[in-house]
Design a binder for this molecule. Structure first.
Ligand code: B1M
Length: 211
């Protein structure tokens, strides 16, 4: 079994204790950090999702897989590069109300930080009011970014963007949205400035907005 396959299996099986060691081994063997992330971990979560859809596994298994992925990402993070000693802009980011998924949001934050942004992470289940009050407390913010991972929380994303669109500081910020069920069409319909499909393109888009 290759290093990448071993990492994928460890994520799928929720092997939180083993994953750090496997990531270290893969790095020492010369695997690229991005390959470990994309092929080893993100693809593993897709397999977990497919199995959940087919009722082959249930919520507890998804939860342990998510924990293993988080552990693996922690070990990988310093190797994904980037200089975050100087901030090129402040971003407020959270997963919208009613939604507890945070792996994708955390990856977007990691890519933003690697690109030089300072990120205020609001966590998960974030109400529109919390986005607005944090923006008011941080009027130098350049971007507000929101994730929604469930079709049932797409309306919460809409409410969040609408609240931001109605706030006094709207002209100072760009609003970015993303998450598996979100499309460019939906983002345009709800009045966001940008939609991107993944974490890397979110960081690229954010840079375009500030540089
Ligand atoms: Co949930 N879950 N989950 N889950 N879960 C999904 C999303 C699901 C697709 C699984 C399935 O049915 N196949 C499904 C949603 C179906 C739908 O809405 N149509 C689902 C469901 C149904 C549920 C529950 C309702 C299950 C239940 O309780 N019956 C429940 C809801 C809880 C809630 O939120 N209120 C639930 C719970 C959970 C766990 C808690 C067990 C766990 C989350 C743990 C955690 O996040 N800490 C979990 C997990 C792990 C998943 C899957 C398996 C993996 C999600 C993930 O982390 N993917 C997921 C299936 C899947 O995705 N294949 C599933 C990896 C991650 C890197 O991808 O998050 O898409 P993603 O992020 C990407 C992009 O979307 C994008 O970049 C990221 C990286 O490139 N992106 C952005 C994200 N945000 C962005 C923002 C941007 C730009 C890009 O700009 C601002």
């Amino acid at each position: 079994m290759s290093n990448i396959e071993a990492i994928s299996k460890a994520v799928q099986g929720g092997k939180s204790k083993k994953i750090g060691e496997l990531v270290e081994q893969a790095l020492q063997a010369g695997c690229e950090p991005n390959e470990i992330l994309n092929k080893g971990m993100i693809e593993a979560m897709s397999i977990v999702g497919d199995k959940f859809t087919k009722n082959e596994i249930f919520v507890p298994e998804m939860l342990v897989a998510a924990r293993a992925m988080k552990k693996g990402v922690e070990v990988l993070k310093p190797h994904l590069g980037g200089d975050n000693s100087i901030s090129i802009g402040k971003v407020i980011m959270g997963t919208v109300a009613g939604d507890l998924h945070d792996i994708g949001k955390n990856l977007v934050i990691m890519m933003l930080e690697s690109s030089g942004f300072e990120v205020i992470d609001l966590g998960v289940d974030v109400s529109p009011d919390k986005f607005i009050s944090t923006l008011e407390e941080n009027p130098d913010t350049k971007i507000v970014a929101a994730s929604a991972l469930l079709t049932t929380t797409m309306p919460a994303l809409k409410e969040t963007v609408q609240a931001l669109n109605g706030c006094n500081l709207r002209n100072n910020i760009k609003v970015m949205v993303g998450g598996a069920p979100i499309t460019q069409e939906f983002a345009t319909e709800i009045g966001a400035d940008a939609y991107t499909e993944d974490a890397a393109s979110a960081a690229q888009m954010a840079k375009k907005f500030v540089l």
